[in-house]
Design a protein around this ligand. Structure first.
Ligand SMILES: O=C(O)CCC(=O)C(=O)O
Ligand SMILES: [Fe+2]
Length: 470
């Protein structure tokens, strides 16, 4: 319902030589890449050859649509509060079975120092200037969730202000003391790798799946005129909420993904409450207007094979995410860039931190005060880069519009008209991926809707229905 592909290639687009690494999940060594200077038609043919092109096809529900349930019976690691089941390498016994895993600790045992105690590369002499101590490398804001939730009143209101500032100035920040165990992150990445390396016929249903299906494995491959680069990534996406979908193999993926999606969803919903407060609203206001109890959540594993001489090639082109908030971590290989003050900044995570990106729905609901962050991913010359995304958006049927109080207090009034999230997603994903252009369909300027029409059907060279996060 919310995704569709466009299939008219732009034959005039330049295309650089692409190479699929043998480690690429969809690579077939015998595939012949398009020749340098070839057309996008060639790219698509190549894409088809490696299995990335899929016609809209039957719904894949191979593992059913079991309602989300926390895994309560697992013995859990007492150090990391993770699913390692007390593996020997962690050097500790598991806690007894039956311990609830439904709560997010927010104050993990290895509590990180608050940002102000760390060396700030932006302010080497120790003073933090206007970052107020809450910044990591390159000035990227750092939010301490432990303080935000469990600090005293003064600490909490300071952390809330910093969160608001981060959303306003960057639309991007790192969160620390978030309570998502590092071992669980590793497990989710590992399970994703195993999924990619399954024999092709075991993931054929997902490769054949259409953009509207709940589980999909594909290859994004297209020329981006915005970035003047060929974009190339493999991805696995699965809808995790309100219905949980998961590939049947590898068998361990389901439990790990159930746990990971529940924890990251809870974390993102807590952030949504604090963001609501930072806008001067009741804590629950955003959750209420977007019906976040029935929020949409998607998990996406991105895989970017190395590309030597990465000139003119990147992983994913400049875009904003369609949802409310996106959480992302990577496999130790940098490549995510966010736009800040007109410059691309490469995001280097502080150890143990997670990246949070603001999405289009936050821009709409905040009446433009918090902007969805423009971001992209580069490929690495020598190493495979992987990232794992957990995106939360409104309930698919929620009509998203600026919170009334915010619009009333804004001299420019309502900056966006209302749109059903499901329709917004459909619009964004059926349009050519072009920075933040999708927002134009709801943007109001001087009482005039900037773009009255239904989805821009301009062509996306990637006929797999390539889309930013899903
Ligand atoms: O891989 C990354 O760092 C970015 C991925 C991304 O932007 C997305 O999946 O929407
Ligand atoms: Fe994204």
């Amino acid at each position: 319902m919310f995704l569709s592909s466009s299939k008219s290639p732009r034959s005039d687009d330049p295309a650089a030589r692409l190479r699929l690494s043998p480690s690429s999940p969809l690579a077939s060594a015998s595939s012949i890449p398009p020749s340098k200077g070839g057309s996008v038609v060639e790219l698509i043919a190549f894409h088809a050859a490696v299995g990335g092109v899929s016609e809209p096809s039957r719904v894949v529900l191979s593992s059913g649509s079991r309602p989300l349930r926390l895994v309560a019976g697992f013995p859990r690691c007492v150090v990391y509060d993770c699913l390692c089941r007390g593996r020997r390498e962690h050097g500790h016994p598991p806690v007894p079975r039956g311990r609830s895993s439904g709560t997010l600790p927010f104050s993990p045992p290895h509590k990180m120092p608050t940002p102000s105690h760390r060396h700030c590369p932006n302010h080497p002499k120790g003073g933090h200037g206007d970052c107020a101590g809450a910044c990591g490398g390159d000035g990227i804001p750092v939010i301490d969730l432990g303080v935000l939730l469990n600090g005293n009143a003064e600490q909490r209101s300071q952390a809330t202000r910093e969160l608001g500032q981060a959303c306003e100035d960057w639309g991007f920040f790192m969160v620390i003391n978030h309570g998502v165990p590092e071992a669980l992150q590793e497990e989710v990445m590992e399970a994703c790798k195993e999924l990619y390396s399954l024999p092709r016929d075991e993931k054929a249903d997902y490769i054949a799946a259409g953009p509207k299906d709940p589980i999909r494995i594909g290859t994004g491959l297209f020329y981006s005129d915005v970035d003047d680069a060929i974009c190339r990534r493999d991805y696995m996406k699965m809808i995790a909420h309100p219905e949980f979908h998961c590939p049947a193999k590898p068998a361990k993926l389901r439990d790990i993904a159930v746990e990971y999606s529940a924890r990251t969803r809870q974390l993102l919903l807590e952030l949504a409450k604090a963001i609501s407060e930072s806008l001067g609203l009741d804590r629950g206001r955003i959750s209420e207007v977007l019906n976040l109890e029935s929020c949409f959540q998607i998990l996406v594993g991105n895989n970017y094979p190395p590309y030597a001489g990465s000139d003119g090639v990147m992983g994913i082109s400049a875009h904003s995410d369609h949802g409310l908030l996106t959480l992302l971590f990577q496999n130790g290989v940098d490549g995510l860039q966010v736009m800040h003050n007109g410059q691309w900044v490469t995001a280097k995570p502080l150890p143990g931190s997670l990246f949070i990106l603001t999405g289009d729905q936050l821009e709409i609901v905040s009446n433009g005060r918090y902007k969805a962050v423009l971001h992209r991913a580069l490929v690495h010359g020598g190493q495979t880069r992987m990232s794992f995304v957990s995106l939360v958006g409104p309930c698919l049927d929620a009509v998203v519009e600026p919170v009334l109080e915010l619009a009333q207090n804004d001299p420019q009034g309502m900056k966006f008209r209302g749109i059903r999230y499901r329709d917004y997603m459909e619009h964004q994903q059926s349009s050519k991926m072009n920075t933040k252009a999708a927002l134009d369909i709801v943007r109001v300027q001087g009482d005039i809707l900037t773009c009255e029409s239904t989805p821009n059907s301009s062509t996306e060279a990637d006929s797999s229905g390539y889309s930013p996060t899903s």
